[in-house]
Design a protein around this ligand. Structure first.
Ligand code: PRT
Ligand code: ZN
Length: 220
């Protein structure tokens, strides 16, 4: 599908925490990005490449299905999206967008390891990743899925604990929650489609990946 227009497609987050750094990486790799006449698509003027600007949650599927050839997304989103279908290949970590998916609890919950979560209710935006973690630790707990504002769930008595992304820890602290377990360490990664591009674009794709690797390496 990516090949119908004779152009490669790279999926990046439209706006949010990864958007700017993703665009920087593309530019540093030598791609001259120009805004198209719509917000969704930016064009690269010196190569047959388009940037598809979407919500980060859509990126793993677009790349896995071959709608896009490359993508930049957080490992947390990639892990949550795993559903037994085709998967994008992780080419390299990008050293930005670092965060950790953690289980955090209020001081009122007597905590002594994952077993303390048995029979409890945990609010999260990452139900699949959390379920795998709980299964691995032999813990049976109820998961309630929230799209945002997960950190307020204990105060509203919606849940006994939360499982959410943490970077500075300020959000947990502001909500009187203490981090107890690390479920997943995450950063942005470059992913590649399992669907091959049209032959005329294969070499370009490899060279773009190589240049991005060079940029990442030079940033130490
Ligand atoms: O609109 P779209 O769906 O594309 O964006 P989004 O709202 O889903 O994601 P966005 O832009 O918030 O985050 C994009 C990616 O950045 C995430 O998927 C992570 O890979 C990465 N990232 C890095 C983070 C954080 N750090 C982070 N701190 N994503 C979210 N947070 C949130 C967290 O959920 C919590 O609410 O920030 C808060 C905690 O931050 P601290 O600093 O208070 O600990
Ligand atoms: Zn999202």
């Amino acid at each position: 599908m990516s090949t119908v227009q004779g152009r490669l497609r790279i999926a990046i987050q439209k706006s949010g925490r990864l958007a700017e750094r993703s665009l920087d990486l593309v530019r540093d790799a030598g791609l001259r990005v120009v805004k198209g006449n719509n917000d969704l698509l930016y064009r690269v003027e010196n190569y047959p490449i388009d940037l598809l600007r979407v919500r980060d949650d859509d990126i793993p599927t677009f790349v896995a299905d071959g709608v896009c050839d490359l993508g930049i997304v957080g490992e947390n989103v990639l892990e949550e999206g795993r559903n037994g279908g085709p998967v994008a290949e992780v080419l390299m970590p990008l050293s930005f967008g670092r965060c950790t998916l953690k289980i955090a609890v209020p001081p009122t919950l007597d905590y002594d390891g994952p077993r303390s979560l048995e029979g409890r209710r945990i609010a999260t935006s990452y139900p699949r990743v959390l379920r795998r973690y709980l299964d691995d630790h032999g813990v049976k707990a109820d998961i309630i899925t929230m799209r945002g504002a997960v950190e307020v769930a204990p105060r509203l008595k919606l849940a006994h604990a939360i499982c959410d992304l943490v970077s500075t820890g300020a959000t947990l602290e502001a909500n009187g929650l203490a981090a107890r377990e690390t479920v997943l360490d995450s950063q942005a990664v470059l992913i590649r489609s399992p669907v091959a591009p049209e032959p005329a674009l294969a070499e370009l794709l490899d060279s773009i990946v190589e240049r991005m690797a060079g940029v990442v390496a030079s940033q130490g």
